[in-house]
Design a protein around this ligand. Structure first.
Ligand SMILES: [Mn+2]
Length: 375
């Protein structure tokens, strides 16, 4: 998809202007990146004086505190509809823009059903495309960009659309989410853009406040992390996280992702969190520091993602132990790794800085100790 953002912008503009109405679809289980990007895209559409709707099916009661607070304001600023209400607003020649998603299975239900009724579909995403992706000539998919919010922020700047304090916060939250607060998948351009958003009146503190989790939820994730097993595969080190004590506990995909994210600093090439996400449905969330081809691994389970974050949903099963075995089989295969082990590289570094290495090794158990004291 060698299209630059400038070319995409002029194509996007043509599509928006040539449509009667625009429907923006972020992925289900909306997160900060999808919501920030949808908000920014709605601003672009209204700048082009086009009537626009954002489609969200998620129940507000299922959203975590941070998402909910951004969503409540978004609802006042933009027209937000559920996908089942969408048909009342449809006209001929409507345009669909998907943000932070390129797969039908991740779209709000009725958007998927009505997909072929749109005269054109534009995809803006940073997840890898595969055979399950929606085919579209009008897409901009760049897996090297940190987040969809980063793309949308660039577009807003190209249009000269002013970004107010709230929108800056919503966009920076998306960038923070997908870069684990600028710790991964971040380059100087991402940082520059983050600085520009901060200049619009938001702050690191404002955005961090959105990530404040409630205590019970945090304990639930910590409990899941307690079930972590570390496995050496070839020269690599992989963590598998699951709740073996209470395998029927239901998690959100976001909770699984947080658990996998949590493991990354502990000298692993990849971390996989497995858990039920519905009574007969299993989720896997994969994270890597770059040492493992997690997208390929998740592809084999019918999922996808980008070089650093990937996930899969497995229907009609509730046996997490079986899925763990299936995953283990894949993890033994060398072709899913890149040559250099992150853990090995770290070993060399550790030998050089022995003192620091002792601290690093203890950090995991220390942190867990502290959490235990807290509970
Ligand atoms: Mn994203």
């Amino acid at each position: 998809m060698e299209k630059n953002l400038k070319e995409f912008k002029s194509m996007l503009e043509k599509r928006i202007q040539g449509s009667s109405r625009v429907f923006i679809a972020p992925h289900m289980n909306i997160d900060f990146d999808a919501l920030g990007a949808a908000s920014g895209m709605a601003e672009i559409c209204s700048h082009l004086e086009k009537e626009t709707f954002i489609i969200v099916d998620d129940e507000v009661s299922n959203m975590n505190i941070g998402i909910r607070s951004v969503f409540e304001t978004a609802k006042k600023r933009y027209s937000i509809l559920t996908s089942s209400k969408m048909k009342n607003y449809r006209r001929k020649d409507d345009l669909l823009i998907t943000v932070d998603v390129g797969k039908r299975s991740l779209l709000p239900a009725k958007v998927d059903v009505l997909l072929s009724s749109f005269s054109s579909v534009v995809i803006l995403d940073h997840h890898k495309t595969d055979e399950h992706s929606i085919p579209s000539q009008d897409s901009y998919v760049d897996i090297t960009t940190s987040s969809t919010c980063e793309m949308v922020t660039r577009l807003l700047k190209m249009y000269g659309i002013s970004i107010d304090k709230w929108l800056a916060k919503a966009l920076l939250a998306g960038i923070f989410l997908d870069t684990n607060k600028l710790k991964k998948n971040t380059n100087e351009k991402t940082l520059e853009l983050a600085a520009q958003l901060i200049r619009r009146g938001t702050s690191i503190q404002d955005v961090n406040d959105l990530f404040v989790e409630d205590f019970a939820n945090d304990r639930k994730i910590q409990h899941l992390i307690d079930g972590t097993e570390f496995f050496p595969f070839h020269i690599h080190n992989v963590a598998i996280i699951m709740n073996r004590e209470n395998p029927n506990t239901i998690y959100t995909q976001v909770e699984l992702a947080s658990a996998a994210d949590y493991l990354l600093p502990y000298k692993v090439d990849a971390a996989y969190a497995i858990g039920l996400i519905a009574p007969n449905q299993i989720g896997i969330s994969a994270r890597t520091t770059g040492g493992m081809k997690i997208v390929e691994v998740m592809n084999t389970f019918g999922g996808g993602g980008n070089d650093y974050s990937a996930a899969a949903k497995i229907l009609e099963t509730s046996d997490i132990f079986f899925i763990r075995e299936e995953l283990m089989k894949l993890l033994r295969r060398k072709e899913f790794y890149f040559g250099k082990s992150m853990a090995l590289a770290q070993e060399v570094e550790n030998q050089r800085m022995e003192e620091r290495s002792t601290l690093d090794t203890n950090a995991f158990s220390d942190k867990k100790e502290k959490c235990k004291k807290f509970s």
